[in-house]
Design a protein around this ligand. Sequence first.
Ligand code: ADP
Ligand code: TRP
Length: 343
Amino acid sequence: MKKRVLSGIRASGRLHLGNYLGAVKGMLELQNNPEYETFYMVADLHALTTPHDIDELRKNRREVVIDYLAAGLDPEKSVIFQQADSLHAELAFYLSSVVTVARLQHLPTYKEKVKQYPEHSTMALLNYPVLMSADILAYKAHAVPVGDDQIPHLEVAREIARKMNEQYGMDFPEPEQFKTTGHYVPSLTGQGKMSKSVEGSFITLTDTIETIKKRLAGVATDSGKGYIEKGLYIDQQFSRHETDAVSYSDGVSVLMDFVTLFQGNHRKEEYDTLYTSTGIRYSDLKNELADAIYKELEPLQEKRRELEEKIEYVDEVIHEGGKKARAVVEETILEVREKMGLK
Ligand code: ADP
Ligand code: TRP
């Protein structure tokens, strides 16, 4: 039997390079691997865990599907659907009976969101990881293509799977992250990860070449030179660091990560050499990098424009995907209800 895969992205705005490299690329890879059966959803219920605008949500839950299709998710190969159309919320309730409030309150993601929205510390927010576990376990999925920020949530899903198996004799696999090369895409600010909630941190999949250049122009750089001596790196401030690799300042290190992701290791190594010899000209580096990023995004943008003209097709994909997803979830829910004593 094929192993199942489930992943999703919250319906809370346009996708950025972090979402694309950390999640969507992994979704694509597994979709195109015949050993897997893939289910990809828009996490619209999860959008209710933080303050939201009703019209925006209505729009975004379709926009994410358009981004998925533009990136190459294929309804012939993957079940593409909206979370609210399946029965995940019901399963989440059953699963919530094996998790303690304390376990959920201690999650870093929960604490961050409470800090961000102190007036909005709701049950839905606390329950976020349980709903995410339901998304995954509903399909008895083995692999979950997500970025590193979701690892604590996967840990909860694994614990829930274990408890459901022990206490009720279910056979949930313990789901694992499917890691892409871009499993952690840094923020353009040089601090933390690229995120749609941090202004100035991201490049979106719909950015024009001019916008990409503008965003890269904002990344902090240095004089372009440093040097290494016998495993010792001496930075601009003459501080000494033990290293066997060039260590760049925060902003430049972000640029180097993007060079590796979009232009390959070889180009990055050339910059390492330049940095410790004649120096790097960052204006040239940024222009070249912007072109490399845009080259990857351009076909997606073209496909997106085509899809925007075929909204009925997109809605049909969502409708059909919902039916297929629901059929699988209904089976799991029946089994859970029976094992828990509800039948
Ligand atoms: P955001 O933090 O921008 O709101 P989401 O939480 O909607 O992004 O994330 C959607 C998917 O994209 C998840 O699988 C998440 O792990 C992945 N992702 C988000 N940001 C990054 C990043 N900077 N690097 C790698 N993956 C990321
Ligand atoms: N929590 C994920 C995010 O922030 C979205 C998500 C919801 C998800 N349910 C999921 C990801 C199930 C993978 C599997 O992006």
